[in-house]
Design a protein around this ligand. Structure first.
Ligand code: ADP
Length: 520
């Protein structure tokens, strides 16, 4: 199956394989290292998060303890008068009045005699018995907070306390609990320093916020603890703020992972580019050394043939006029070959050095073909080739250098002759398509394997398989054609099937009549 290739294109398969091996050899360890780096970074980040979450859970418990102690302190302070009254033997009414005088922190003072304490609950906070309970009448929605009161003989006589609203208590005291009580707690480690970057929120039974200290914006490590006793149903939630170390570590991890990923991309990219470059250089060195021997051979062969023919003629060693003409034709043919080879080498080095200027004129491609066929006909006939030229009746002109185009066509024809075996058949055709003038040279020769079709346009490169090694060449012809055609803003395409033949097509833009000369 034939394949149309437009230059420039991809690497051939053999080079792709070598490149792939090289890349794998370096890229896999590089990727493994990068992967390990990312994995370690993520592990550290997870560890920091776990530590932070543990600390938040610990702190939530501490906040709850601090609230309980705050409540006990407040109740204790407020009870002082009632306690004094009970110790001096006052009755329930006197105790209630004493309670009422200190009721500003709480609501509705109450004295509950011991025999009525059933239904109340007890909690110990710092060795103090805190009593609380729902109002048995069910009229109030707030719990009761109280402490035991002792009579003059030292026995407990009942509890004195107040109805209070845990919601407003929590809301009012959160800041002082967090700012004053928490850091001074003997059971608190880390102190103020470590709570400074934490958000502390009190939530009610529905999860709605009651109060907060600092805005919680980093929920990953948030921990919640349920309150009990008089604060039953409420929760304390601790989470990090964006200034906390865990948030900082989290941001750093993202940056670090991006950094490692970018580093790997840059590294792999440079490996690919570097390997391609090195491979190319190695191939060029190889190609150059075979170029020297090929060129030497290419130059020697026609010289030897010419020398032999000249000697034969000089010595008069020919029998007929026809035989003499044959030798003369050989001399002409071989000198043409020599000139073409030398032209190729010179043109190529001039083009590469940027010294070759194209002389651009409006050109009729049919004329280029006619002149080239005239000079090449002898060679075709001598080699026993059938040839056919197809030219259209009318053809748009192109802006080109006819000498350069002539040279291109000769190179394509030369290849068609060199790379054909039994089926000696060359067809040259001119046409136009999509605003381009086309010039095709088709042969029925050995063809070019698909994976070599792009490379043959590179300098010194010759196809690796097939018959080519029997045929000498410098590997410059097609690269020269390609360079010259590109200088004309055109391109070269090849369609070839091994064993069936090849068609090389030069496509050049139609001259629009006014465009400036292209640069070489
Ligand atoms: P050279 O012919 O001196 O080797 P070229 O640059 O002209 O150099 O061609 C490069 C290679 O492309 C050739 O060595 C040959 O393998 C392949 N090639 C070119 N033209 C043809 C063709 N018409 N048929 C088969 N192979 C070709």
């Amino acid at each position: 199956m034939g394949m149309a290739i437009t230059r420039p294109s991809f690497l051939p398969r053999s080079r792709q394989r070598r490149l792939a091996v090289l890349i794998l050899a370096v890229a896999i360890p590089a990727l493994a290292l990068a992967g390990t780096g990312i994995w370690l970074t993520l592990r550290v980040a997870r560890q920091v998060e776990a530590e932070s979450a543990r600390y938040n859970a610990y702190l939530a418990d501490k906040v709850i303890e601090a609230f309980e102690r705050e409540l006990v302190d407040q109740v204790q302070q407020a009870l002082v008068t009632a306690e004094a009254v009970s110790r001096t033997g006052g009755d329930a009414e006197q105790i209630r009045r004493a309670l009422a005088s200190r009721a500003r922190l709480f609501e509705a003072p109450q004295f509950v005699p011991l025999e009525q304490l059933e239904g109340y609950s007890l909690v110990t906070v710092d060795g103090h018995l805190l009593i609380y309970g729902e109002d048995p009448s069910g009229k109030r929605e707030h719990p009761f907070a109280a402490m035991l009161l002792n009579g003059p003989d030292g026995y407990s006589i009942g509890a004195g306390g107040w109805w209070f609203n845990p919601r407003s208590f929590l809301a009012t005291h959160l800041r002082s609990v967090v700012v004053d009580r928490l850091p001074s707690s003997p059971r608190m480690y880390g102190g103020l320093e470590s709570t400074r970057h934490l958000a502390i929120t009190v939530l009610d039974e529905d999860g709605h916020e009651v109060a907060h200290v600092r805005e919680a914006t980093f929920p990953q490590t948030a921990r919640t603890a349920a309150m009990s006793g008089p604060f039953e149903g409420y929760q304390v939630r601790i989470s990090a703020t964006p200034t906390s170390p865990v948030a900082f570590a989290d941001r750093l991890v993202v940056i670090e992972v991006i950094f490692i990923a970018l580093l790997s991309i840059v590294m792999i990219g440079s490996i690919i580019v570097g390997s391609r470059y090195i491979l190319r250089q190695v191939e060029l060195v190889n190609a150059k050394s075979s170029f020297v021997s090929n060129v030497t051979h290419e130059l020697k062969t026609p010289v030897a043939v010419i020398k032999l023919a000249v000697e034969t003629l000089e010595m008069g060693r020919f029998r007929t006029e026809e035989e003499r003409d044959k030798y003369l034709r050989t001399i002409t043919r071989e000198s043409d070959r020599l000139v073409q080879l030398i032209d190729n080498i010179l043109d190529y080095s001039r083009l590469e050095a940027g010294q070759r200027q194209l002389n651009l004129q409006p050109v009729d491609m049919r004329e280029v073909v006619n002149t080239a066929m005239e000079s090449f006909r002898l060679r075709l006939e001598d080699a026993g080739f059938k040839h056919e030229v197809w030219l259209p009746e009318s053809l748009p002109q192109i802006l080109g250098d006819s000498r350069a185009l002539h040279h291109c066509l000769l190179n394509l024809l030369d290849n068609a002759v060199k790379y054909s075996k039994e089926r000696k058949d060359v067809r040259v055709s001119v046409g136009s398509r999509d605003g381009m003038v086309t010039l095709s040279v088709a042969d029925r020769g050995i063809g070019i394997p698909a994976d070599q079709q792009e490379r043959i346009f590179e300098k010194f490169v010759r196809a690796e398989t097939g018959l080519v090694h029997d045929v000498k060449g410098a590997g410059l012809g097609l690269s020269l054609v390609e360079m010259l055609v590109r200088a004309h803003h055109g391109r070269v395409e090849v369609v070839s099937t091994p064993g069936e033949g090849s068609t090389f097509t030069i496509l050049l833009p139609v001259w629009d009549g006014g465009r400036g000369a292209p640069e070489v």
